[in-house]
Design a protein. Sequence first.
Length: 648
Amino acid sequence: MHTPDMTQDNIARIRELFPNCVTEAKDKNGNLSLAVDFDALRQELSNSIVEGERERYRLDWPGKKEAMLAANAPIAKTLRPCREESVDFDTTQNLFIEGDNLDALKLLQETYLGKVKMIYIDPPYNTGNDFIYDDNFAETADAYLERSNQKDASGRLVANTESNGRFHSDWLSMMYPRLKLARNLLAEDGAIFISCDDHEQASLKKICDEIFGEDNFTGQIVVKSNPRGSMSDATLGQMCEYLILYSKNINIVSIIGHILSDKMSSEYKFEEKGRKYRLLGLRQRGGFWRRSERPNLYFPIYVTKDSNTLSLVEDKSNSIAVLPIQPSSGEDGTWRWSKEKISKNLDELIAKPIHRNGVLAYDIFQKDYLDNGDQERRTKAKSLWDEKEVNYQNGTQELKSLMGSGIFLYAKPVYLIKRVMEMMQCSPNDLILDFFAGSSTTAHAVMQMNAEDGGNRRFIMVQLPEACDEKSEAAKAGFATIAEISKERIRRAGKKIKEELAAKQKSASVQKLDTGFRVLKVDSSNMNDVFYNPDAVTQKTLMEAVSSIKYDRSDEDLLFQVLLDWGVELSLPVRRETMQGKTVFFVDENALVACFDKNITEELVQELAKLQPVRAVFRDDGFASDAVKINVEQIFRLLSPGTLVKTL
């Protein structure tokens, strides 16, 4: 019932004439809206340089400072184990973290700093139909979802549309802190692959340049994901998406390319001393092929007439000079190899006689060998992937065969992720992270590749428990959240992969293959609020402050809190044992020993100290008496001086 907003009409007219002069800014209420950049508009309307803010090369948006702060802001949260939803909880090395990925990335910083070889993520594309995280540390998840209009009265997530006042800035503010934290987790020889489309490709490239460093931009791969072209409202039928690749350190990372396909291997049709090879022309065919561009690569190679042997030294009576001449134009060209390299590798070159215009001549070829050793022959990774296997329809079919039709839309194909791992030379024990897990295609690909080559690669999946639409096929099939779909997909994929291995009579491989995963859920800290705010204690709540631990937390909850605090890997094997009537946890045998029972005696402490664990932990209120609590440190100092002792 309001009259039209003339200001917005005027801004729209300016946007038509000068699109570069309209930007995004926050209004007096803190909401994003379109606004005029008057400095830019003044310059457009002036025939001389207008004085204003000093120019600099940078990417800015409303909320960038808050996004930078969000990456560094501490959180009072933990990861709570969930045995009933896990598979092979005690022995698996894989993790599935359910919760906001910003929280998860913060909780992983201590434990997995510099340990992740490869990160693959498929974040929201900001198309106007997807969910964007709204990060606010001063309120609960439900509160910020409602405040930011991501939930309606029924609690349903709503679309990320421009009509909600949500533009590029919100997407950038969501991605920036997550990518910054992800970089910390990458190993020095690690790399991150990010799927995107045209909506945010340019913005994503710019923030990655800032976070990872422009020098560490390793490439952009065009993926032919939809050969028929998207039938959306776009002017062009979109056939492709992108994989943007950044290295932690481009001078160390090893992008080794892809194993040759059977089709390419068939090109190696010659054989010499048991080694297959193909012939590659030594004359430069592309790039800097002209003599004027690389004159030092223009020189004669001499072919001995009677034996076809090669030399860089002329035998005037018995040799023919071969020069890198372009046959079609007669222009002087260049060789691919220098004189020094040819001199050292003459045995890898061969001369083949040809007739040009009725005159005997020669072409020089390189014997390109197909290695028969342990190292598989590879070809350099290309910037265009157009194999039929990368068609995203394959991802839909793969998931349909496991879960049923319509359970999850737009899943990436397993082949795509395997292709990424293959070119990264992910060795058998590397760690792969995906913090926008979706349907967990990445976990499926890791298990599949391990089954194929006997590796023991590990994965960490992170997925928000985003509610499935009540009318969706997923909801009808009994899945309440995307995280539930993700976990079930890993269960079924692991079972199928093991069955296929067993059918090939590889029982040893089946036993070795890890298709389990340990479910951990992001939750509030195990410690009572008084632990953080002791001045908030009142006479009424004094008795509640006797224990520093919340009443509803289990011993395993406390154990994983300790693993996080001490930076111990969350996938290490856990063994439970009863000693003197108390439950004792052993993490990776002697790496950590924990007992959270009450009434712990000196006898139990002495027995544990004799095991000489690296770390030992107890409840602060778990000792039989104050005397026992006081003596714990002395007992360990006497029997196991190297043990780190901690109480909660």
